[in-house]
Design a protein around this ligand. Structure first.
Ligand code: MN
Length: 323
């Protein structure tokens, strides 16, 4: 069995994949986690993280595992293209394919079995329901619980959004295994390096633009600026959320230039503003209503220019929303 989180994996993708690995291993189904690219360093503490096979670093092993898998699980995405360069190997293997995910618009035709619910806080919450439904005879242990809890806290911003009663039922069951929640939170969130804090200060002080007439704020970083701060993977994670912490701001964006000269954008919104719709219309992206990603083929200044050109189309929607 092979579990594949989406490319550029986050806490929910890695947490859910490792939880599935531990669970299936306990059920005597040998399972590997294979991912296209590296995951953020702050997830290194997760039990089993050292066993994840990263295609970027170990192509032969990753490709062989996918080629000979008798079952492949997509964890935390509903479109096969989201596993990146691994997509063609997954498609080439006609084995059973399972999707466990909470993103809108699942590509149902590529899967044999869907465990999918957009109302779920996270894929990790769904992994817990998957466990309850199919593996409840296996004892939940601290390793599984730590991985699932990580996805819960990262996808809900520490239980701030996307919550439903089952989210807390899940958290409650996890806590009963004796996991150390404070330790988990410290490992995930208290991992600033001096450079990262300086980068954040620079973003807030010099690179943030507030557009009160659009209830919007955005931060933009050029490749040059990123290099000057010695930024590594994961360092820009979460910076976008500062835009929404401003009173009255409903829509926030964070732009940064990638090494290939294209621009990656993170969108966040409050209330019913559809960040995913905005991103899919103008920035070749998608995601959740309140948290979406996108991209722009060009440098950051042109991406921002495009953003400012598109924003007026949503002015009336933004004006109509109140917090
Ligand atoms: Mn997720």
């Amino acid at each position: 069995m092979v579990v594949i989180p989406h490319k550029a994996p986050d806490g929910d993708a890695i947490g859910s994949s490792l939880a599935l690995m531990h669970l299936l291993d306990k059920a005597d189904v040998p399972t590997h986690v294979v991912v296209e690219d590296a995951f953020p360093y702050f997830l290194d503490f997760l039990p089993g993280a050292e066993n994840i096979i990263i295609w970027d670093k170990n192509k032969a092993e990753a490709e062989t595992l996918i080629q000979y898998a008798d079952c492949i699980i997509s964890s935390d995405y509903g479109q096969l293209s989201r596993c990146g360069k691994l997509e063609k190997y997954v498609r080439a293997n006609p084995c059973l394919k399972i999707m466990i995910d909470h993103h809108p618009h699942p590509e149902t035709e590529s899967y044999d079995f869907l465990f999918h619910d957009v109302a779920s806080s996270s894929t990790c919450e769904l992994v817990f329901l998957f466990y309850e439904q199919f593996f409840s005879d296996i004892a939940l242990d601290k390793s599984i619980a730590t991985c699932i809890y990580t996805g819960l806290v990262t996808d809900t911003g520490c239980f701030r959004h996307a919550l439903r009663p089952q989210t807390f039922d899940t958290a409650s069951a996890l806590l009963k295994t004796g996991i150390e929640t404070e330790h988990i939170i410290t490992k995930i969130f208290d991992v600033n390096t001096p450079q990262r804090l300086k980068l954040l200060g620079f973003c807030l002080n010099e690179k943030m633009v507030i557009l009160p007439e659009y209830k919007t704020a955005y931060i933009h970083l050029s490749g040059e600026e990123l290099r000057s701060f010695g930024v590594k993977k994961g360092d820009t994670e979460g910076i976008v959320n500062y835009t929404l912490s401003i009173e009255g701001i409903i829509f926030g964006a964070f732009f940064y230039e990638r090494e290939d000269g294209t621009t990656k954008i993170s969108f966040r919104s409050k209330s019913t503003f559809p960040a995913n719709e905005f991103s899919s219309r103008f920035f070749d992206g998608g995601g959740h209503r309140n948290a979406a990603g996108g991209q722009y083929v060009g440098p950051v200044n042109l991406a921002v220019k495009h953003f400012l050109k598109c924003l007026p189309q949503y002015k009336s929607v933004l004006e109509s929303l109140h917090l």
